[in-house]
Design a protein around this ligand. Structure first.
Ligand SMILES: Nc1ncnc2c1ncn2[C@@H]1O[C@H](COP(=O)(O)OP(=O)(O)O)[C@@H](O)[C@H]1O
Ligand SMILES: C=C(OP(=O)(O)O)C(=O)O
Ligand SMILES: [Mn+2]
Length: 532
């Protein structure tokens, strides 16, 4: 018997998924939490949050993510970045997962991705963990209750953390697997409890689908000026660079914290919720996000807390540095209801430079923006991928290589055209280290980053004097109100400026070595701004 609300013609049985225990469809938050408590999946926290631990898997598993080599994807996938899985292996995996599901209870949410109805897709999430179902209900967008009665999915995600894959049988790498089949329109996830896989899988699907419709999918957060959705800004960045933190700006309206599309009509959020890191979360620096950690239903992942008072310890990273909270967008008081914005006036590329070399902000020409978009330089921060314990410099193209099924130039070309057509101003912002590399220097103060962004977005930054950076060729402001001048000159923040020069030269060489792979694909003007 179906418990909850579902299209009567479209139950799991109708999809050929049979023999399960109880199946709960589209439960609302209180009912899901009741089920999660009954199953001992976690406990209630302050204000009615839901506290969970995810065991061994506290970050994504990018090396265990596969794209199935089906006829429909031929010539479209960037295989060097997306390990292939054969159709036969996938079919075995699918059958084995369905066998594993027999007799167990499952939780279904029918949700959508894409705030622009013209480009939205319907997704059915089938979760073994009840709290994953709560998480994804927060993170995606919700059809009306009536629409559930006729809901049909464009894509299905089956997520079974208790299922163990077999590399021999399934053609995967370990007993953890994330398998994307674009032709069968299924994502299978096995043997990881990290909730983020649920949402980042769908992001990968949209990154595959949307370019064919001329829409640029972006790993970015976004906001717009109060009362003026046309004055929008996007913030590209790999995990840990500050997308979530910096887009929740009390002076602007939040569009979304992680994934957006850019169509001929403007930008739109793919999601309906946020997934914020809570390590060192400071009520003064980030009041909006902090407040969500005491709201009903917020999922709090891998945080240490006082057993008696349920007080969260924002400093304790003993479970992981990637501790998180997930909540619906409307828990942020200045969030946009429509999640739609105009063509971005400003495009910010966030980088967390662990070398302490890059300036806190630089203005980029369109060609330089393309260069930095394809380069995607940053540091991976501790915890967001399994096994990372130190900030590790990396070039993650499009500021999100783990989620890009297609070749980087394809995204690059789309972005280029849109920047040119709409005349966006582009910036590179270093939210990483200053005063020395990681280990010597300190993380860029959030206050300084915010002040610089405010000036960039309100236009006042364009009025100040700029210098040309001798290593990177971009323009750096000399003095900005509200920011220590010294911060604007990274060389001057190092106790030994010659050590800075040496580190800067090394970084320039790293950029040059990394960029060689894109030379055959890019325009002359981008070649002309390549550094090193
Ligand atoms: N100058 C800064 N700008 C942005 N974030 C900063 C800065 N300094 C420290 N941080 C911290 O870095 C982390 C950025 O993470 P987050 O905003 O979740 O990134 P993303 O959403 O891109 O993964 C947060 O924990 C934030 O408190
Ligand atoms: C959910 C994630 O996104 P981000 O860290 O960019 O917020 C992730 O990388 O696992
Ligand atoms: Mn984020």
């Amino acid at each position: 018997m179906a418990i909850g609300r579902v299209n009567p013609q479209y139950t799991l049985e109708d999809m050929g998924i049979e023999g399960l225990g109880e199946v709960y469809y589209n439960l609302l938050e209180p009912a899901i939490i009741e089920q999660s408590l009954k199953r001992d999946e976690g406990r209630l926290g302050k204000g009615g949050t839901f506290l969970v631990e995810t065991g061994k898997f506290t970050g994504r598993s990018p090396k265990d993510k596969f794209v199935v080599e089906t006829p429909g994807v031929e010539g479209k996938i960037w295989w060097e970045n997306n390990p292939p899985m054969s159709e036969a292996h996938f079919d075995t995996l699918y059958n084995d997962m369905l066998a594993h599901m027999k007799g167990r209870d499952y939780f279904v949410q029918d949700l959508t991705a894409g705030a622009d109805p013209e480009h939205a897709i319907n997704i059915r999430f089938i979760n073994e963990l009840s709290w994953h179902n709560l998480f994804i209900r927060h993170m995606m967008r919700r059809p009306s209750r009536e629409a559930l009665d006729t809901f049909m999915a464009d894509f299905t995600v089956i997520n079974c953390p208790k299922f163990k894959a077999d590399p021999e049988r399934h053609g995967c790498r370990t007993d953890t697997v994330i398998a994307l089949n674009f032709d069968r329109k299924i994502i299978l996830v096995g043997n990881t409890e990290y909730a983020g896989e649920n949402k980042k899988g769908i992001f990968t699907v949209l990154n595959y689908m949307l370019p064919e419709k001329g829409i640029m999918p972006m790993h970015c957060s976004a906001n717009h000026a109060k009362g003026n959705p046309v004055d929008a800004a996007v913030f590209f960045g790999l995990s840990g660079t500050g997308k979530t933190t910096l887009s929740a700006d009390p002076n602007r309206i939040l569009l979304g914290d992680d994934e957006h599309g850019w169509s001929d009509r403007g930008i739109f959020n793919f999601e309906g919720g946020c997934y914020a890191k809570t390590i060192d979360l400071d009520p003064e620096a980030e009041p909006e996000i902090y407040a969500t950690t005491e709201r009903f239903g917020t999922v709090i992942e891998n945080m240490v807390y006082d057993e008696e008072t349920l007080e969260l310890d924002f400093k304790d990273d003993s479970l992981t540095a990637n501790m998180r909270c997930a909540y619906p967008m409307d828990y942020i008081s200045n969030a946009s209801e429509s999640a739609l914005g105009g063509h971005p006036k400003n495009i910010v590329m966030l980088t967390c430079d662990a070398f302490g070399v890059l300036p806190p902000i630089a203005r980029l020409t369109p060609a330089q923006a393309m260069y930095h978009f394809l380069s995607g330089f940053t540091a991976k921060v501790a915890g967001t991928e399994r096994g990372l314990t130190e900030p590790t410099p990396t070039f993650s193209t499009c500021f999100g290589a783990p989620f890009m099924p297609r070749r980087p130039e394809e995204y690059g070309k789309l972005l280029r055209e849109k920047i040119a057509r709409h005349g966006a101003t582009c910036w590179l912002v270093n939210t990483g280290w200053t005063g020395g590399a990681h280990g010597t220097g300190a993380r860029m103060p959030i206050k300084a980053t915010r002040a610089l962004l405010t000036a960039a977005l309100d236009g006042s930054l364009s009025e100040v004097e700029f210098r040309k950076d001798p290593n990177f060729g971009f323009e750096v402001p000399v003095s900005v109100a509200g920011v220590d001048d010294i911060l604007l000159d990274p060389r001057g923040t190092w106790s030994d400026p010659t050590a800075y020069d040496a580190q800067a030269h090394k970084l320039v060489q790293m950029f040059a070595d990394n960029f060689e792979q894109y030379i055959p694909y890019i325009d002359e003007d981008v070649k002309a701004v390549a550094i090193g």
